[in-house]
Design a protein around this ligand. Structure first.
Ligand SMILES: Cc1cc2nc3c(=O)[nH]c(=O)nc-3n(C[C@H](O)[C@H](O)[C@H](O)COP(=O)(O)OP(=O)(O)OC[C@H]3O[C@@H](n4cnc5c(N)ncnc54)[C@H](O)[C@@H]3O)c2cc1C
Ligand SMILES: NC(=O)c1ccc[n+]([C@@H]2O[C@H](COP(=O)([O-])OP(=O)(O)OC[C@H]3O[C@@H](n4cnc5c(N)ncnc54)[C@H](OP(=O)(O)O)[C@@H]3O)[C@@H](O)[C@H]2O)c1
Length: 578
C-alpha cells in the first residue's frame, strides 16, 4: 500500500520546465558565456559534479530556517558550525525590549560595508563613548534586536507555524503569541543541542558574519566573523574577529533584514526631531522599534502604511491613543487588493481615520519643539496637524546581511562592474535555483522557502545533494530551470496552488533521488493539516480564500496548463517566504 502510494506520487506528478504562457518570468538572467565559470567537462555531464567531498558546513542564522538546517546537516554527519549575530536562537522570534539602532534617513542602499581589521584574528575593547558611540548602541547595532512587540500574535495558525519534534502545549490557541513561538523555537534548539546555554562546539552566538568569500585556494568558503561580548567588568565590550573555512555554506539571515523608509518630501527634516517628553527618542520612527502601547497614551498618532504592522500596532495602541490616522496608497478598488491587504484594512480599529498618501511634510521652523505644530500635506490637498508621533509601518526590504564577495570571483570578473552583492536585492534571491543552491557554485545554498512548512524539504534536499544521495542537474540545466516559469511562478502564499506545487516538486524529486541513491522518503504535507489550515484561513483571513482543493487541484490540471494565469491569480504576493 505504502509502496503504491509513493509510486503514484512519483509518476503522476510531473513538472513543466518550458517558459511561456501569460506569466513570463519577470527578469530573465543570462550571464554572458565569457563571464561564466562553466566547466566544459561539466556541461557535457548530466549532473552537476562537486570538485571535492563536502564535510564542514557553516550555517548562517539561527531562526526557524537555520536551526532546522543545522539539525538536518548534523543528522547527515556533516561537521556543522552555526552562527547568529543575536545572543541566542529564535531569529525573528527572539523577543527583546531592546530596539534596533535608528534606521537611516533617507533609506540606505542595500549594501552595508563593515570595518574589518587588516590582520586576523584580532580583538578590540570598546569603552562607552569611543568614537561618540555608547556601548548600548554598539551592542544593538551588532545583534539588531527583532521587530516583534510584546503583544504580537501570529497571523498564521500553529499548524503551519511549527517546527518538528517540539509540539505546542495541547491547549494552545491557534493564533500563537510571539512569546510562545519564541519558547517553541528555543525548545527546538535545545532538543538539538543548539541553544545558547548548551555546551557544544557547533553554535556561536553574538557572532556576526561580516564577510563570505571563496576560500584562499579557490575551493570552499572563508567566513570572517565578529563576536561581541559584554564583559564582567561594567562599561566594556570586547570584539573579536577571526576566520573559519568551510566546504559549504547555508545562508538563512531572514527575509526582513532592513526597514524600508519611504521617500517623502520633508520627511528627512522631520526625522531629526526628538520627542519633547523623552529626548532619547524621535517623533518619527519605523514600526520595527514598536514594543508597548504605554507611551501613546492621549496622543495623536499617524501610521503610514496599512500592512500587517500598521493594522496590528494600531490595534495595540487604540485603547490608549487619542486619535489614530492611517495613511495608505491609492488602490484601484477593494476587489483588486490581495486578501491579506483587505484583512489588514479590516483589522484596523474602528476609530481609525483612513487618509490618503502624504504629499509632503512642511518644513519645521525648529527641531526643538517636537512635530505637533508641523503641517502634513496629503495628496488631496488636506492638511493634517496636531500629530504627536509618526510610525512608518512601511515594511522591509531585503538587504545584504554581510559582505558577499562571491559573484565577481566566481564569474572571474576582476572589477566591481557588476554589482557584487545583488543576490539579496529584489523579492526573490538572485542566481539561486529552486533547491536553494547558488547556481554558479552550489556549495553555497540559501533558505528560499517558508521555513515552517517547506523548509523541511529544502534543507533535507541540500543535505542530500552535498552528501551525494541527490543530484542537481548540470549548470546549463540549472540556469534553464532558473529562467523558466517554474522558478518564477512556483512560489506564493502558503496554501495557494504555486506553493503547493513547490512542495510537490520537492517530494517527487527527493523520493526519486532516495529510491535511486539511498536515504529516507518524505511525505507530502498531512491531509489533516490542510483541513485545519483551510478552516483557519477562512475564519481569520478571508472567507472563500483557501480551500482544501488548492492542495489537490494540480492533480486535475495537465502540467502544460500550469503556467496559465488563472493558476496564479489568487497568490499574487511578492513575499516568497509566506
Ligand atoms: C513583525 C513580524 C511578524 C511576523 N509574523 C509572522 C507570523 O505571524 N507568521 C509567520 O509565519 N511569519 C511571520 N513573520 C516572518 C518571519 O520572518 C518568519 O516567521 C521566520 O522567522 C523566518 O525564519 P528565518 O529563519 O528564515 O529568518 P529569521 O527568523 O529572521 O532568522 C534569521 C536569523 O539570521 C541572523 N542573521 C542575519 N544576518 C546575520 C549575519 N550577518 N551573521 C549572523 N547571523 C545573522 C539573525 O540574527 C536571525 O536570528 C513575521 C516577521 C516580522 C518582521
Ligand atoms: N504576526 C503579525 O501580526 C505580524 C505583524 C507585523 C508584520 N507581520 C509580517 O511581517 C511582514 C512585513 O509586514 P509589514 O506590515 O511590516 O510590511 P508590508 O506588508 O510590506 O506593509 C507595508 C505597507 O506600507 C505601505 N507603504 C509603503 N510605502 C508607503 C507610503 N509612502 N505611503 C503609504 N503606504 C506605504 C505598503 O503599501 P503597498 O503594499 O501598497 O506597497 C504596505 O501597505 C509580513 O510578512 C507580515 O505578515 C506579521
Amino acid at each position: 500500500m505504502h509502496q503504491l502510494f509513493w509510486l503514484s506520487v512519483l509518476f503522476c506528478t510531473t513538472f513543466p520546465i518550458a517558459s511561456g504562457g501569460v506569466n513570463e518570468p519577470q527578469a530573465v538572467f543570462n550571464i554572458p558565456n565569457a563571464e561564466r565559470n562553466t566547466n566544459d567537462e561539466q556541461a557535457s555531464e548530466k549532473w552537476y559534479k562537486f570538485n571535492s567531498t563536502i564535510k564542514r558546513v557553516a550555517v548562517i542564522g539561527a531562526g526557524p530556517a537555520g536551526l532546522q538546517a543545522a539539525a538536518t546537516f548534523i543528522k547527515h554527519n556533516f561537521t556543522v558550525r552555526l552562527f547568529d549575530r543575536a545572543p541566542g536562537p529564535g531569529g525573528n522570534w527572539l523577543y527583546s525590549d531592546e530596539v534596533p539602532v535608528r534606521e537611516p534617513y533617507p533609506d540606505a542602499p542595500a549594501v552595508e560595508e563593515r570595518w574589518i581589521p587588516e590582520e586576523l584574528p584580532a580583538s578590540k575593547y570598546y569603552n562607552d563613548g569611543d568614537k561618540g558611540l555608547t556601548l548600548d548602541s554598539r551592542w544593538r547595532e551588532h545583534w539588531q534586536p527583532r521587530s516583534i512587540w510584546n503583544t504580537l500574535h501570529t497571523n498564521s495558525p500553529a499548524v503551519i507555524t511549527e517546527l518538528p519534534d517540539a509540539p505546542y502545549p495541547p491547549d494552545h490557541s491557534w493564533v500563537i503569541s510571539a512569546h510562545t513561538i519564541g519558547a517553541h523555537v528555543r525548545a527546538y534548539a535545545s532538543i538539538h543541542n543548539l541553544n545558547a546555554n548548551d555546551k557544544s562546539s557547533v553554535h556561536s552566538y553574538s557572532t556576526r558574519v561580516e564577510k563570505l568569500s571563496k576560500g584562499p585556494d579557490g575551493n570552499g568558503w572563508r567566513l570572517i566573523l565578529k563576536q561581541l561580548k559584554k564583559l564582567e567588568e561594567p562599561d566594556r565590550l570586547k570584539a573579536t574577529w577571526w576566520t573559519e573555512d568551510f566546504d559549504a555554506v547555508f545562508v538563512a539571515p531572514g527575509p526582513y533584514t532592513s526597514p524600508h523608509v519611504p521617500e517623502i518630501d520633508g520627511l528627512l527634516q522631520w526625522s531629526e526631531v526628538r520627542d519633547v517628553e523623552d529626548a532619547s527618542r524621535f517623533s518619527v520612527y519605523h514600526s520595527r522599534v514598536y514594543r508597548r502601547p504605554d507611551r501613546y497614551t492621549g496622543k495623536n498618532i499617524l501610521v503610514i502604511g496599512v500592512g500587517t504592522s500598521g493594522s496590528e500596532i494600531a490595534r495595540d495602541i487604540a485603547p490608549v491613543a487619542n486619535k489614530i490616522y492611517a495613511s495608505h496608497k491609492e488602490y484601484a478598488d477593494w476587489d483588486t487588493l490581495h486578501p491579506f491587504q483587505r484583512r489588514s484594512f479590516r483589522r484596523f480599529p474602528d476609530e481609525t481615520e483612513f487618509i490618503p498618501k502624504i504629499s509632503h511634510f512642511e518644513p519645521l521652523s525648529s527641531l526643538d519643539n517636537g512635530i505637533k505644530d508641523g503641517k502634513i500635506v496629503l495628496v488631496n490637498g488636506t492638511v493634517l496637524e496636531e500629530i504627536d508621533e509618526i510610525i512608518l509601518a512601511t515594511g522591509y526590504k531585503r538587504s545584504n546581511p554581510f559582505h558577499l564577495s562571491v559573484l565577481n570571483e566566481t564569474f572571474g570578473v576582476e572589477a566591481v562592474e557588476a554589482p557584487p552583492f545583488d543576490v539579496f536585492t529584489g523579492p526573490a534571491l538572485k542566481y539561486v535555483h529552486w533547491t536553494g543552491h547558488f547556481i554558479p557554485d552550489p556549495t553555497l545554498a540559501f533558505s528560499t522557502v517558508r521555513p515552517w512548512t517547506a523548509g523541511q524539504y529544502q534543507y533535507y534536499g541540500q543535505a542530500k545533494v552535498w552528501e551525494g544521495t541527490a543530484h542537481l542537474p548540470n549548470e546549463a540545466e540549472l540556469w534553464a530551470q532558473y529562467n523558466s516559469s517554474r522558478y518564477n511562478n512556483f512560489r506564493g502564499l502558503f496554501g495557494t496552488g504555486p506553493s503547493e506545487a513547490i512542495v510537490r516538486q520537492y517530494v517527487t524529486w527527493l523520493n526519486n533521488e532516495s529510491l535511486e541513491n539511498g536515504g529516507r522518503l518524505v511525505s507530502p504535507w498531512p491531509v489533516q493539516n490542510w483541513e485545519v489550515f483551510a478552516y483557519y484561513a477562512n475564519q481569520e483571513w478571508e472567507q472563500g480564500y483557501l480551500s482544501k482543493e488548492n492542495f489537490t487541484r494540480f492533480e486535475n490540471i495537465p502540467d502544460n496548463q500550469w503556467t496559465q494565469k488563472d493558476i496564479w491569480d489568487i497568490s499574487v504576493f511578492e513575499d516568497e517566504f509566506w
